[in-house]
Design a protein around this ligand. Structure first.
Ligand SMILES: *[C@@H]1O[C@H](CO)[C@@H](O)[C@H](O)[C@H]1NC(C)=O
Ligand SMILES: *[C@@H]1O[C@H](CO)[C@@H](O)[C@H](O)[C@H]1NC(C)=O
Ligand SMILES: *[C@@H]1O[C@H](CO)[C@@H](O)[C@H](O)[C@H]1NC(C)=O
Length: 290
């Protein structure tokens, strides 16, 4: 390498770190829930000064409890730094593996009706803004209530794995609740399947594994029923969804925010408790341009 090239390279690396983006391998593992790493953002309709009132650390530090005392509210909980998901104009893209444990803590009746808040998603988004997304949108982006599609405007550049527990009657969101779906710039899932009945689902720790292979362009979602003292273990999980021919770089920004999105319930009606989150990336050489 010539001296000039080294200088350019050093400068480039410097620029990336100055801009606060993460370019190399990312490896996140929580708990402990580092407040400096994780941003709790929410609708500005909530006049809250401390995000810890919405994303509340459990007293033993093991979980983050999501709910709001006054109203149902769209909330994001995400890694603060944008993560690189491909290199624009090259054949390099990012494979990732993420897993998390969430407990939908509410009674059965209230877990289905949307007026009590609902649904939880792992989401890849351009930023951390909830944009006062409406009741059926899991806090992601405003949608047409009759189709699940985003309202006219630029693409939301969002991919999500939804654990959908709450819907009003409509003609686009199947099958019955609760269900697990992959959403690509629409709340009408590209791949979806019934999860479990409500008795087996609420007030239970459930583990989810989302894997994306940038080389084969396949996304897979697995589910694990975690008993009270159990831990995430992929070997005990069951493959739920496979979405092939999925070129992630066509749908999200080169640098995106990763984390969770939800419409969290009023505290008296229940809480969503997040017990663990792991996220890991690996850059791979693919045979397509991004
Ligand atoms: C948290 O998200 C909000 C909403 O997008 C944003 O204004 C704020 O800068 C973010 N904070 C951090 C530390 O990333
Ligand atoms: C709900 O699922 C659980 C666990 O699979 C099962 O034991 C139970 O019988 C189911 N209940 C109904 C009403 O289908
Ligand atoms: C998950 O495990 C618990 C405890 O073993 C059991 O009661 C429950 O029915 C299981 N749920 C499913 C969907 O298998």
């Amino acid at each position: 390498m010539k001296v000039f090239q080294v200088a350019v390279w050093v400068l480039a690396v410097g620029l990336v770190s100055f801009s606060g983006h993460v370019s190399g391998q990312v490896k996140l593992s929580y708990p402990p829930w580092k407040r400096s790493d994780l941003n709790c953002s929410y609708d500005d309709s909530a006049m809250v000064t401390d995000p810890a009132l919405i994303c509340t650390p459990k007293s033993d530090g093991k979980a983050i409890i999501f709910s709001y005392d006054n109203d149902v509210l769209a909330v994001r909980y995400a890694y603060t730094k944008p993560v690189r998901l491909y290199r624009k104009g090259t054949r390099y893209a990012t494979s990732f593996a993420t897993s998390f444990v969430v407990d939908i803590r509410r009674d059965i009746e209230r877990s289905v009706r949307r007026v009590f808040g609902g649904s939880w998603a792992f989401a890849i988004t351009p930023d951390q803004l909830t944009r006062n997304a409406g009741p059926e949108s899991i806090g992601l982006f405003p949608i047409d209530i009759n189709t699940g599609k985003p309202l006219p405007g630029p693409s939301p550049r969002t991919v999500a794995v939804e654990i959908d527990t709450s819907r009003e009657q409509n003609n686009w969101d199947f099958p019955v609740l609760p269900h697990l779906g992959i959403d690509v710039n629409s709340l009408k899932s590209v791949k979806v399947d019934y999860l479990w009945n409500q008795t087996a689902f609420v007030r239970r720790k459930v583990g989810y594994f989302v894997d994306y292979d940038a080389k084969t362009e396949v996304m897979q979602v697995r589910v694990q029923n975690i008993t009270s003292n159990g831990k995430l273990n992929k070997r005990n999980s069951k493959l739920w969804l496979t979405y092939p021919k999925f070129k992630l770089s066509d749908h999200v920004n080169e640098y995106s925010i990763v984390g969770f999105s939800s419409r969290v319930p009023v505290t008296d009606d229940g809480t969503y408790d997040l017990y663990a989150w792991n996220f890991e990336t690996k850059e791979v050489l693919t045979n397509k341009m991004h």
